[in-house]
Design a binder for this molecule. Structure first.
Ligand code: XUL
Length: 540
């Protein structure tokens, strides 16, 4: 009987599952449900709930529970032999917090498989909605916590990141300040990842070092909750947090609810869940340094494996625990696919037409520049969104389409410069990585070859691969990360996109123009018109 492994990913807009057959090293099942379409009763827009204050962005934890049930039901309906599944792990959008009362654990232990999870868990929340990574409403709390920790440098040294609006600690502080009674009624605060892992486990699951590092609460060196950060955040916080664990820890076996309801083998092992970015690191095979991953999803992220701790003292980047037990770097841009979609929709195009325009328009965009802050931006920090255009009319179709893509990649290049080594190769993933025309621009902007994968759900695949690694480790089958991940990834079809060398100088120069535009808007720097005009004169 072949060994199957299951990976799940609860992201902003969708819930995805992948089952791999490890013996043939193939994905044998994939399914994804879009929250807006499959669970319309939650009334989300792109998976989120917005409020009058556009800085506040939440989602429904019960929708995630129902999504999980729906996916498992569909797996069962398809007749997939789930009893072959040896281990399961998962991935969640990072930073989002789930607030539970003291009914949660009891309800999990008494689940009746003839009833739905949603109906049995709906009274377990001390806060009905969950703030997610897109929320940027906690500037006051960030400042307060940072101040209590002695400023930006000590904060970064302690936690691996500066305080960030979307991180869990500032969000928890805001909840405690605004709703102290509900905070007091909260007995556990989970991340999206550890919350969903708890459902499968039937009791509280730990938070792994990958996702834990995105909370502004975990000490990045000791990988334990940091008492100073907890105290700076909210009272009695330690007792409300689950334990921390290594990302590769086997946290237990699947609970009887899933065995009885869906036919899982009672011996199915559960491996700690992690955040989507740490999972993606494994899902694209980044187990050595030198290469970087770029995920083009709801958020665009730039990430890489780190052999040792390497901090960004400018305060824009993060260090998280990597699933291998080492570290990873990450930079997150909020204006990713939703910003690309805005432009596509403004010109009433489909993606095919969008690509056609990209192919037609010239690299360098005649010096037309966009600063694409459709939503509050994380890197660089922009709390009040506004789209700035230089030499670019709002109704210029070609200019705006090339403008958004070039600006997203130029911004990535500018803001990843703190990672001193420039990448030898970029592994592209996420939904938009299917688009070769965008990846060609990425290759040209970075002057680096870009690898495009057949499977773009790297977080889901990464979760399945992590569960395989943890399953084989104690059984002495001597499978190192390279055997597990390397061989699996190498077998998949991938395409290499080479940079067009003739555009190297153009993009080096455009990068300077872009930097000047950003500096002009965000730091009241020098007017960029002169350098922009010189660029136009040189190349057009
Ligand atoms: C990473 C981040 C996002 C979310 C979205 O820090 O905020 O990439 O994980 O999925």
């Amino acid at each position: 009987m072949d060994d199957f492994f299951l990976g799940l990913d609860c992201s902003t807009q969708s819930f995805t599952v992948i089952i791999i057959n490890f013996n043939s090293r193939r994905v044998i099942y994939r399914n994804s449900l879009n929250f807006d379409k499959s669970l319309p009763q939650y009334n989300t827009n792109d998976g989120i709930i917005t409020f009058e204050d556009e800085k506040v962005v939440h989602s429904h934890p019960l929708m995630w529970v129902e999504g999980l049930e729906l996916l498992f039901q569909q797996i069962m309906d398809e007749g997939i032999p789930v009893s072959n599944i040896k281990a399961i792990s998962g991935s969640g959008q990072q930073h989002g917090t789930v607030y539970l009362n003291n009914l949660f654990e009891k309800s999990l232990k008494e689940l009746d498989y003839s009833k739905s999870l949603v109906s049995q868990l709906k009274s377990s929340f001390s806060r009905l909605t969950s703030p997610i990574w897109m929320d940027s409403s906690t500037t006051r709390e960030c400042n307060e916590i940072r101040r209590k920790l002695g400023g930006m440098k000590p904060t970064i040294e302690m936690l691996g990141s500066n305080t960030f609006e979307r991180f869990s600690g500032p969000q928890i502080r805001k909840f405690h300040l605004e709703e102290p009674e509900n905070y007091d009624k909260t007995s556990k605060i989970h991340l999206v990842s550890s919350f969903l892992a708890s459902l499968l486990l039937g009791t509280h699951a730990p938070i792994d070092h990958g996702d834990g590092a995105g909370m502004n609460l975990m000490n990045i060196k000791t990988k334990e909750w940091d008492a100073r950060a907890l105290n700076a955040t909210a009272p009695n916080l330690e007792e409300k947090l689950p334990n921390l664990s290594k990302s590769y820890e086997i946290i237990g076996k699947i609970s009887s609810y899933f065995v009885e309801k869906y036919g899982f083998n009672p011996d199915t092992e559960l491996v700690a869940w992690s955040g989507d970015n740490p999972n993606s690191l494994i899902g694209v095979g980044l187990i050595n340094k030198g290469k970087v991953g770029i995920s083009l999803g709801t958020s665009d992220t730039y990430f890489g494996y780190l052999e040792e701790l390497y901090l960004d003292y400018n305060g824009e980047g993060h260090v998280f625990g990597a699933p291998t037990g080492d570290y990873m770097s990450l930079i997150c841009f909020k204006n990713g696919s939703l910003a690309r979609e805005k432009i596509k929709d403004e010109f009433d195009l489909n993606w095919k037409e969008f690509s056609k325009v990209l192919r037609k328009s010239p690299p360098g965009n005649y010096g037309k520049i966009m600063l694409p802050y459709f939503f509050p931006e994380i890197v660089p920090i922009v709390l009040d969104p506004h789209v700035y255009r230089f030499g670019l009319d709002k109704d210029d179709l070609e200019g705006n389409i090339r403008g958004i893509i070039e600006s997203q990649f130029l911004s990535m290049r500018v803001h990843s410069e703190w990672i001193e080594e420039s990448p030898e190769e970029i592994y592209a993933t996420g939904g938009a990585s299917m688009n070769k025309d965008m990846l060609q621009i990425l290759a040209n902007v970075f002057n680096t070859r870009v690898r495009q994968f057949e499977i773009t759900d790297s977080a889901t695949l990464g979760a399945a691969l992590r569960s395989a690694k943890s399953f084989y480790d104690p059984r002495n089958r001597e499978k190192n990360w390279n055997d597990i991940v390397g061989k699996f990834i190498d077998i998949q079809q991938c395409t290499m996109i080479k940079p067009q060398k003739k555009y190297k100088d153009l993009y080096d120069d455009l990068l300077k123009v872009y930097q000047k535009c950003e500096d002009f808007i965000l730091n009241k720097g020098e007017n960029p018109e002169k350098i922009r005009k010189n660029f136009i004169k040189k190349y057009f």
